[in-house]
Design a protein around this ligand. Structure first.
Ligand code: FES
Length: 135
């Protein structure tokens, strides 16, 4: 899903584009996977308890790839390098050494296609959650 002719979709409100990044079948329950948006951001897709969320794939501590980390049983996303932990829906820091939350992107489904949109609003030490339930 790369190239200049990607089928990016405009949101009804005219806000920044939502872009297809993966199929629901690419992401089984309890797993995480990296995808790179056509516009360039690396995202970490998470499927936890039947809901999909999309966060920045770049740890806010020292920029390691979050998608090679672990998704713990309680929905905590753990970085593989120094063990920073984040909430998989809000990006809130749950364990240092990270001190800044992990950015969250808005997410939608179009059939089986996962679409990732603009960054959610940061509210204090976390981001507004954005998830879609797997049908
Ligand atoms: S780079 Fe993620 S905890 Fe250090």
């Amino acid at each position: 899903m790369t190239g200049t002719s990607s089928p990016a979709l405009n949101s009804p409100a005219g806000s920044p584009e939502f872009e297809p990044v993966a199929s629901v079948t690419d992401l089984s329950e309890g797993t995480i996977v990296q995808r790179v948006r056509p516009s360039g951001d690396a995202v970490c897709l998470v499927r936890y308890k039947g809901e999909i969320s999309a966060l920045s794939d770049i740890c806010t501590h020292q920029h390691f790839s979050m998608s090679v980390g672990d998704l713990l049983e309680d929905g905590t996303l753990q970085c593989a390098w120094h063990g920073a932990q984040y909430d998989c829906r809000t990006g809130e820091v749950k364990q240092v050494p990270a001190t800044a939350p992990l950015p969250v992107f808005q997410v939608r489904l179009d059939g089986d296609t996962i679409l990732v949109g603009p960054r959610s609003e940061r509210i204090g030490g976390k981001y507004e959650a954005s998830t879609v339930r797997v049908p």
